[in-house]
Design a protein around this ligand. Sequence first.
Ligand code: MF3
Ligand code: CO
Ligand code: CO
Length: 276
Amino acid sequence: MAKITIKTPEDIEGLRVAGRLASELLDYITPFVKPGVTTGELDELLHDYTVNVQQCIPACLGYQPPGMTPYPATSCISINHVVCHGIPSKTKKLKQGDIVNIDVTSIKNGYHGDTSRMFVVGKPTIAGHRLVELAFETMWAGIDAIRPGGHFNDIGVACEEFVRKNGVSVVHDYGGHGIGKKFHEEPFVYHYDTHKPGPELLPGMVFTVEPMVNAGRYGVTMLGDGWTVVTKDRSLSAQWEHMVVVTETGYDVLTVSAGTREPPAFVKGWKKPENL
Ligand code: MF3
Ligand code: CO
Ligand code: CO
């Protein structure tokens, strides 16, 4: 197993800049997420803003993990029962009540910024709104479990406990990841209890927390396009993603911009900076 890198203060500042730009890209797209827009149109807007305004490189475009076909777009846009890696399409229109994840990763000065948020299109449904909120709280339950000297499984235990008490589930087959000058680094971050402590959390580790929360069961399946992941039972799925760094005293969030939501009231370890 390759080892988990400890980032230098300079690396962390580079990742914070990339993280802020990725978060600002989600701020930028927010007013366009409306009934009738196609996911292809949203992706084109995301691409042009990334490249022309932010002067970043879209990390997803052409990204090809071993054994996969190159990813064909700037963003992943995952609607309703799509869990992750939804491919934007010129013919897929958003409609009232859809729940939509937009996941972006930008490279600035060699560093990756990876974040995603949920959007509810037009008037929310009760079930859609509830799952989006539960997924947000699941991510934060995981993040707020981070402390130096703890272990990666603390994150999984916190996420699993939160979904269990709310009668929903968290996906096992996809998870968070270390991140830096590479998009996906060690370790794989489990969002469920693996019953093993996993690596120790040490100051300077940078990784994502991005639990996918399903209304039904946790099983997923991949569609024939080789990318799109859906719930096996076709129940709704929701996901939020932040990039975090372990500090000497707890953790800090690196994917922050003016449009970042405040954490839920139960979170003790982090507040959104006031100067945004
Ligand atoms: N941004 C996703 C993540 O959070 C990865 C997308 S890979 C892609 O890890 F190729 F589909 F873009
Ligand atoms: Co990620
Ligand atoms: Co992502």
